[in-house]
Each structure stands twice: as structure tokens, then as C-alpha cells.
Design a protein around this ligand. Sequence first.
Ligand SMILES: *Cc1c(COP(=O)(O)O)cnc(C)c1O
Length: 384
Amino acid sequence: MIDQPQPQAFNFLRPALDQLVAYSSQPEELDTSIDKLDANESAYDLPTELKEKLAWQYQELISSNRYPDSSHGELKSAIAQYINQSGITPANISVGNGSDEIIRSLFIATCVGTNASILTADPTFSMYKIIAQTLGVTPISVPREETHFTIKRGQADQAIAQAEASGHPVKMLFVVHPNSPTGNPLSNAEIDWLKQLPEEILIVIDEAYFEFSGHSLVNELPNYPNWIILRTFSKAFRLAAHRVGYCIAHPEVISALEKVRLPYNVPTFSQAAAIMALQNRSQLLAKIPEIQNERDKLYNILQAEPRIKVWESASNFLYFRLRGESLAEINQKQKELVKTLKQKGTLLRHTANGIRLTIGTPAENERTQKNLLAYLHQDLISEH
Ligand SMILES: *Cc1c(COP(=O)(O)O)cnc(C)c1O
């Protein structure tokens, strides 16, 4: 529009942001006729009677002109009761606008304004690295071995030592239990490794999928004051729309998080939704055995496909790869697969040189299986 070159324009923005791309959902993700199996959400909305109760609360109890409860008092008590671990009280809990917000608060509380770095083991949840970059914190990553996607712990130890030596000490290590996108829980050897890491490092254990795996490290928290556990209402509790996450840690860490978070970070309606979800948890979590069964059924079907390598999962999704000669060829084929399935109405996530498939309703899984097998077999025919 303007002809003149503007080399100085907008130079108030940090140059580091040029490297980043804004996170945005694709339009088809809002198309309700599509099987949306790319974001690990629950396939099930809140039951109508719970939505009605929530609507009643909005009508009768919530004053839209008043700020939310900034202490999250009632919600923290309900969470402490759900965690049901002796010694865990509301003083061990902080609540965020999704666990994404808590991750960002953790960076502010540990790294921002210092030379610190953070460590991840890839592939893993991408948000840790993205948030690090937006805040000018150096993300360091080490690989996982690809048989079971356990962390290459020797390399991690080296990376920690190197970072320390170069003046960028690692202040946080992020692990996901079970990991996304690969579905594996922490092994006993990995847990033992976490236990002997220096206590100068905050060990962040993201249990976003805890309700599917049934295994938590919360009972270890009293022994390891440098550990923090993240949880969310976005997955098994079906509240992704409401943006509520929480963390469990030593009161000292919690009080640091409470200092750096925004005062009214969780809307009143979202707090009410999370409290209602916890009060009705036996009803909401009753779907989990079905999801686990569906996952294992689909795993067996994919495992029988010679053109696919699929990994076991302790979560509500599966991770698989097409077989091929080179990574470039595999990724090209996977791109094609994701595109073709999207045209058939199944949305998958192509990530970390593989495909992540969220377990949906039995009907959705049936269609996924049909579309996936049709694609694999048709492609096989056309190649010969
Ligand atoms: C989905 C997910 C979250 C949840 O994020 P929210 O901000 O609470 O919706 C956190 N960590 C991991 C690894 C996830 O997959």
C-alpha cells in the first residue's frame, strides 16, 4: 500500500518474534460434521443436565458485573478433595487459565530476566518450547530413543552440565506423564533419574492425561520439593472450552506462582464449570474405560498393518508412523494420508514425524478405521 520502504517500521517489536507463528485453529476444526481427532479433546460434551445446572447457576448465582473469585478458594478445595492425597491442601494448589497459563507463569517465576534455560526431551508437547521462545528463554532439547520413547538420560545429563558451564543453567525440566504425542508413561528408570537430579532444577511433570493412565506421581511430592505436577480440565473432564488447569507443588512454589499470575485469570463461569465437573466426576469419568478399550482395539488393528508402526499408549490417543525408506518420504506420505483423511471427514495431527490420532466415540473410531484402512490398501494397490 505504501511505496516507501520502511526499514524502521514497528521496530519497537522484539526481533525474536519474527521467528514465531501465531497459534490458530484451522476453520475445519469448527466444522461439526468432521470427526475432530487431532487435539486430544474428549469426544463427549458435558451431559445436557449438567449444562442446564450450569446455565441455572449463571442465571441465578453469578453476577456478570463482578470480578471472579481471585483466590479460586472453592475450586482449590474441590481439587484438593479430588487429589485425595494426605498432606495436599489448597496451599499446594494454583489454578490457571488452562495449564498453558501455568506453564507461562512457571517461566516468569523461574527464568525470565535471567540467563536460565529449560530442558525438554523431544518429541513432546510443543508449548514448552514455544512459550520459552516468546519469553526469550533458551529451550534446550535432547532426543528420546524410538523403541519406547524414553528420554536419552545420558544426553540430558550432558546437556544440563553443558548449560551450567556456559552460564545458561537449566532451571526447568519438562516431562509429560504419559507423553504427548507418543503416549508412553514415564518408566521406573526415568522416575529414578528424575529423583536424583539436582534440586536447583524444577521438575515439571505434566499429567494432562492422568485420568486415562491412572498413574500419578503426586504421592512423591512430599519427598521432592523441586517437583511440580500439572493437570488440566481440558481432556478427561471435557472442559476444553472453559480453559481451566491446575498444578500441585510445595507451598513455596505455589506462592511464587500466585505472585506472578494475573489476578482474575479464571472467569467465574469457568470456575463454576470446573467445580461442577469435579462434583459429577463419577459420571464424567465413567467414559474412560470405553476410551481405553477403543484405544486398545484400534491399536491392535493398526499393529496388524504391515505398512504402519504403532506405539502402545497409556492415554486417549495413539501415535503411529508409516514405514518408508527415508524420513522425507515417510513425512511426504503422512502428509498425503492426513490430507486424504481430512477429505473423508477425519482430522488427524501430523507431528514429530508421525501421526497422532485421538480416540473418539465408537462411531468416530469405526469411521477412522475404515478411512485409514481404505487409504492404506488402496495406496498399496495403486503402487503395483
Ligand atoms: C492438552 C495438554 C495440556 C492442556 O492444556 P490446557 O491449557 O490446560 O488446555 C497440557 N499439557 C499437555 C501435554 C497437553 O497435551
